[in-house]
Write a protein that binds this ligand. Structure first.
Ligand SMILES: Nc1ncnc2c1ncn2[C@@H]1O[C@H](COP(=O)(O)OP(=O)(O)OP(=O)(O)O)[C@@H](O)[C@H]1O
Length: 227
């Protein structure tokens, strides 16, 4: 891990009204590493993840991703970056309810201009890999929570992103399902070389990471170079 970081965030500040969500938060992300953001509720973990992912603009501070300064990019450029280089998994899959699970996983490829057949072929392969091929033709509402999260992981990885942002991806699952979804997410990320930024407050889930950063009061208080 001695190469230059893939992403460097320095002194991020973000205020929502009276709340100082980020207060000089700094963190690095290296290519291919799994970084867990831990810390108490309300400490700023999700806000930090949203800033790193270019979803929320910090009030101050810098985020350099692969030599590019996110603040210098237009909204259109940031959206294009998110679509082509990042994948997302949230606590509640956030799948499109009207589409089948297969169509949901194919969607990021379709948006990137891939033809329907090729996109659905890749989507089917990812559903198999995540052990949910059987829900391909079902709508998300007909799948269980654990199946839905696996579909969401497949959707996040189908474009071979360089970074997967996962915000409490197992927070709504029972522990057995949660562990399996984490194992599948990490295995898929390792296979494809994607880095993962994982927000969690569960030590059991953070144990899947290479490194833990603790967010407290809007700052990254300590970084353990564990494992
Ligand atoms: N869009 C928003 N509008 C107003 N306040 C917000 C917004 N987003 C976050 N906050 C506030 O900023 C602080 C940090 O929130 P954030 O969601 O980043 O914390 P967190 O560590 O992820 O919390 P949790 O573990 O409970 O999800 C909290 O006080 C929260 O209420």
């Amino acid at each position: 891990m001695h190469d230059a970081p893939l992403m460097t965030a320095r002194d991020l500040h973000k205020r929502f009204g009276e709340t100082q969500a980020l207060d000089s938060a700094s963190v690095d992300l290296h290519a291919g590493e799994v970084l867990a953001l831990m810390g108490p509720s309300g400490s700023g973990k999700s806000t930090l993840l949203h800033c790193l992912a270019g979803i929320v603009a910090p009030d101050a501070g810098s985020i350099i991703y692969d030599g590019r300064d996110l603040a210098q990019m237009s909204d259109v450029e940031r959206s294009a970056l998110r679509r082509s280089e990042f994948g997302f998994v949230f606590q509640f899959g956030q799948l499109v309810p009207e589409l089948t699970c297969l169509e949901n996983v194919a969607l990021p490829l379709r948006l990137a201009g891939v033809g329907r057949r090729a996109a659905e072929k890749s989507a089917a392969e990812w559903l198999r890999r995540l052990e949910v091929a059987d829900v391909a033709d079902k709508r998300p509402g007909q799948a269980s929570g654990g199946q839905g999260q696996r579909v969401a992981v497949a959707r996040a990885l189908v474009t071979s992103p360089r970074v997967v942002f996962a915000d409490e991806p197992t927070g709504a699952l029972d522990s057995l399902n949660g562990e399996r979804v984490m194992q599948l997410l990490i295995a898929a990320a390792r296979d494809t070389g994607a880095a993962v930024v994982l927000v969690t407050h569960e030590a059991r889930i953070a144990a899947y990471s290479d490194r833990e950063a603790v967010v407290r009061d809007g700052r990254v208080r300590e970084q353990e170079f564990a494992r």
